[in-house]
Design a protein around this ligand. Sequence first.
Ligand code: 2P0
Length: 347
Amino acid sequence: MRTTTARAHPNIALVKYWGKRDEERILPAAGSLSMTLDAFETTTTVVPDGDRSADVLELNGRAADAEQTERIARFLDHVRALAGSAQRVIVRSHNSVPTGAGLASSASGFAALATAAATAFDLDLDNPALSRLARLGSGSACRSVVPGMAVWHAGDDESSFAEPVRAPDMRMVIVTVDRGRKPVSSRTAMRLTAATSPFYPAWVSSTEQSLSEMVEACQTGDFTRIGEITESHALRMHALIQSTTPPIRFLRPASVAIFDTVAELRSNGLEAYATADAGPNVAVLVRPDDAAALAGELDDLGQVRIVGPGPGAQLLPEGLEVPAATAHKGTAQGGTAQEGITQEGPA
Ligand code: 2P0
């Protein structure tokens, strides 16, 4: 075993994952499709640590709480089972994404952890196997293993992984309206949706339809169709989530205002389409040439950042490590200390 460090980026889904058919193996009720971003990365170091009896998690330079540590330990149990090892480890993770606010930090977190841990435990995994492993930590993490556009097949335990899909070059303008922690986690909200929404069966069947249309639109480079499906699917997901008992609402008035502004810009000739995950922040899909103009238009509605397709999860060269909690607090060596680092755990 050896110390390893990996880096991964969050992804934003154009066809959303919302609901599982198997909680234990994290098998989704329907497939989904996303863009892995070139920003908001997570860097994670896995350190094999002698005869320690429990795993340790340090997040953004601080010891994580028991719940966060337990989730990481459960994931590492899958890695240990694959490796035939009982070795406990120290995990040091540094997030540059606002955590728990709908920017998918669990996706970058588990994609980075799966990549670092697989190598630390000497597992020789190909990309589908690595994506399947990341899925066991957090469903959306299987897509962050893949660069750029990724389709995650619903499948069974063997066939449920993400792989690249050909798509036109696109940008997203991320409009951050709130960096706070969301009131309820995606996992809990998903469970409540499946259990209580009368619309859930229609959501699952229509998502399969949206996904096959989206894959075709990506492959034919039809930006308009990609955008239309993206916005419609996001609004359907948020309508679904609001139909639970008790109801959950992730969008805020400021989020809805962005959807309205994007629709207005579109009718004035700036073609862009809005989406939002399990939080109030909005991502707006746009052609590369229109990204700067769009960011200018949305500037007074929140903090804007233009992002594009980014790399899949990658091992970093030996020697680049996230420092221990007592060392350079809150920054990853070899990475950058960024604005907006929060001291909270994964979504
Ligand atoms: C997505 N989200 O497709 C959707 C849209 C949030 C809204 O995937 O329980 O954190 O760990 O599998 O991956 C968030 O769900 O949930 C998510 P788990 P995850 O990006």
